[in-house]
Design a protein around this ligand. Structure first.
Ligand SMILES: O=C(O)CCC(=O)C(=O)O
Ligand SMILES: [Fe+2]
Length: 298
């Protein structure tokens, strides 16, 4: 952290290192951070808490990064939803409905070079297109600035991209609400059948009404949501096509392996540095940013 503080103050990288620490709660000293926040009331009923702590996919992160760091366009894994609370700094978000065609949202070949999946490239190349009158109204994003003390809810299956406008510190957790369980269980059955089986057993005991719901769901059926985006396009989500259960690798399940491959920051804590190769065009604070709160917009 000592070095990182220095790096934050001096970096000129286009897409600087971003700390994404999912292990803080297991760390002797850092776990006291858990006492610094409470899960907002709306999100306390996280059904994944009925899956064992060691088996459930990583779900809470301490997030910190300077201006221009961020998270490329993606959908969160397994159809989970998320809340994100900023403690310091400001984040520029765009959140798109699940029906938005992936091809419209991903930077094209040649846009952003090696940094194509980075948030800064997205805001330079795709964001201007979403502001055009020709962008279909049904695919218009929630486009807003998120500041200290505010909590953003990202519904499962919704595409999102986030750029830090200044030094930002946040906490974020993924969850399964009773309203989204029917979408998460088929994906979990498909990609982590052992986890899903044990999870359902516990739900049968403590939340029989939810377990019953699972019996009524056609687990083979399409969930109606796009799959999590793939590694070629996003550094923060997993491809459900490649998720499969395996308990080899010292008990580390395959979703964690996939995260290691596709989501470097979540397992290793930090993204690799990227050297500046062009002048960053996105200028936070200019008129290009349209402020719109998730709650206030329709
Ligand atoms: O704060 C951010 O960079 C967004 C995080 C995010 O989208 C995620 O954790 O899935
Ligand atoms: Fe996300």
């Amino acid at each position: 952290m000592k070095y990182y503080r220095h790096y934050i103050q001096s970096t000129k990288d286009d897409s600087p290192l971003y700390v994404f620490d999912s292990g803080f709660a297991d760390h002797r000293k850092k776990k006291s951070l858990l006492e610094d926040y409470q899960v907002p009331d709306y999100f306390v009923d996280d059904l994944f808490r009925y899956a064992s702590e060691s088996r459930r996919p990583p779900y809470r992160w301490f997030v910190m990064g300077p201006a221009r760091s961020g998270t490329g366009i993606h959908i969160d894994p397994l159809g989970t939803s998320a809340w994100n609370a900023v403690v310091r700094g400001h984040k520029h978000w765009c959140i798109f409905p699940p029906s938005t065609p992936k091809e419209m949202l991903k930077p094209r070949m040649g846009e952003g070079g090696q940094q194509r999946s980075e948030a800064i490239s997205w805001f330079n190349h795709v964001y201007p297109k979403c502001l055009l009158p020709s962008w279909p109204s049904e695919y218009k994003p929630y486009d807003f600035i998120h500041g200290p003390g505010e909590v953003v809810y990202v519904p499962g299956g919704w595409w999102h991209v986030v750029l830090n406008l200044d030094l930002s510190i946040a906490v974020t957790q993924n969850l399964v609400t009773p309203f989204t369980f029917h979408r998460v269980i088929p994906k979990t059955m498909k990609s982590r059948p052992k986890l899903a089986k044990r999870w359902l057993e516990t739900l049968r005991k403590y939340r029989p009404e939810i377990a019953k719901e699972a019996e009524q769901i056609d687990l083979e059926a399409n969930t109606g949501l796009p799959s999590s985006s793939s590694s070629s396009c996003s550094s923060t989500s997993v491809s459900s096509d490649s998720e499969s259960e395996s308990q080899s690798n010292n008990g580390q399940s395959s979703i964690e392996n996939v995260l290691t491959k596709n989501d470097e920051r979540r397992t290793q804590g930090m993204k690799r540095p990227i050297q500046s190769s062009y002048n960053t065009k996105y200028e936070p604070g200019t008129k290009r940013i349209r402020e719109k709160s998730v709650n206030n917009s329709s």
